[in-house]
Design a protein around this ligand. Structure first.
Ligand SMILES: [Zn+2]
Length: 397
């Protein structure tokens, strides 16, 4: 039996039917270009290229010239479906069963885009407003994220675009739409420590220097104390040792080197430099403690290599954005959201350099899974919240 779908559900089904697995556009951006163009947006399609990574199409659309200027950011690309036979229905059909719509991208995050599109459409049909709304949509979030939001922001900023606030429509809610607003993210830093010893026969240890002992002392010092107790907005900083490697197949040879990898997720007590200094300080303390304990003259010899770039911690403290969105949520669901900073990365990490940004979208439980789905009620709820946010932010009635 054909079911009448509400506008956000209809738009989501249309988007799910575009097979836009990264880096394929799949018709999803053309669909948005058409819809937004009809609403009066000035739409631009931009393709970015880089070495060793596929070209990716992106979309930027703006309506209005005045202030304030609200950006909605998201991605139309989706992760692969995996084994199609494991799905109960075609992952690119958008089938509705028992009040849920199924399909790849239903929550991550074509659903968020469909809801914002529907909210804007309803808003424009009811109000004249003097501000601006833009959609910044990439096709490269789930892939390398090289030819996506980062470049699109730079491209738009070079044309003179500025924004007052941004909402990223990622599936940020753990249980129900309106539970949380994600208002920041912990920093991330990865490194590798190498302990340098002297190779030798395990029966003649006085002629060798076993780096495994030194590694135990260094890691013990690294993990002995918590880095902090957490802050008002962030959970405690956490470091995980992710590998310990000697690569020694022989049991009667003392190896020359031992290597350990680690990743630390840090809160706003630290920045990249102070975090690095603290880690080195702990290794040095461990190296000296070992010297005292073993009576050796030399401390443990070690070196540290940092891997990749430090991803900085950020926290959005914009009352206008957070308060307005919180009030919109409370108005629709009856309760105010919590502010959180947990979990992994999103394109908000790029947007934060341009304007205050939060993440708020559907419930994330089924993202990247087989039978990814959203309830139809959630779509209506999120579209209502976005709509109420627009009315409050632009102070129209
Ligand atoms: Zn996503």
């Amino acid at each position: 039996m054909a079911q009448t779908l509400s506008p956000p559900a209809r738009y989501l089904r249309d988007l799910i039917r575009c097979p836009s697995v990264t880096p394929n556009e799949g018709g999803a951006l053309s669909y948005l270009e058409d819809k937004l163009g009809t609403l009066g947006f000035h739409v631009e399609r931009v393709t970015f290229s880089d070495h060793d990574t596929p070209d990716v199409e992106n979309l930027y659309a703006r309506l209005g010239n005045g202030a304030p200027h609200v950006m909605f950011a998201g991605h139309t690309d989706v992760v692969p479906v995996g084994d199609t036979d494991s799905w109960s229905s075609d992952p690119f059909a958008g089938e509705v069963r028992n009040g849920f719509m199924y399909g790849r991208g239903a929550v991550d995050m074509k659903g968020g885009i469909a809801c914002f599109l529907s909210a804007v459409e309803a808003f424009l049909s009811r109000h004249d407003f003097s501000g601006s709304i833009s959609f910044l949509i990439t096709g490269d979030e789930e892939g390398p994220s090289v030819n996506g939001t980062d470049k699109l922001l730079k491209w738009a900023a070079e044309k003179g675009e500025t924004w007052d606030a941004a909402i990223v429509g990622e599936p940020s809610n753990p249980e129900a739409v309106g539970d949380v607003i994600k208002s920041g993210r912990r920093g991330s830093l990865s490194g590798r420590v190498t302990v340098h010893g002297i190779q030798g026969h395990s029966a003649y240890p006085h002629l060798a220097d076993n780096p495994v002992r030194g590694m135990v002392d260094l890691l013990d010092a690294l993990l002995a104390e918590p880095f902090d107790q957490g802050t008002e907005q962030f959970q405690p900083t956490n470091l995980e040792v992710t590998s310990v490697d000697v690569g020694n197949p022989a049991t009667n040879v003392i190896p020359a080197e031992a290597v350990a990898g680690f990743n630390v997720r840090f809160n706003d007590t630290w920045d990249g430099e102070s975090m690095k200094s603290e880690i080195i300080r702990r290794f040095e303390a461990g190296s000296v403690a070992a010297r005292i304990r073993t009576g050796k003259k030399e401390p443990v010899r070690f070196s540290v290599e940092w891997i990749g770039r430090v991803s900085p911690v950020f926290l959005t403290r914009d009352d206008m954005l957070i308060e307005t969105l919180s009030e919109a949520i409370a108005g629709v669901t009856g309760s105010r959201p919590q502010l959180t900073t947990g979990g992994g990365t999103s394109d908000a990490r790029f947007i934060k350099d341009y304007c205050p940004v939060v993440e708020f979208g559907l419930v994330g439980q089924t993202m990247h899974q087989v039978n990814e789905c959203t309830s139809l009620d959630d779509l209506d709820c999120l579209a209502s919240i976005y709509g109420s946010f627009l009315e409050r932010y632009f102070a129209v009635s």
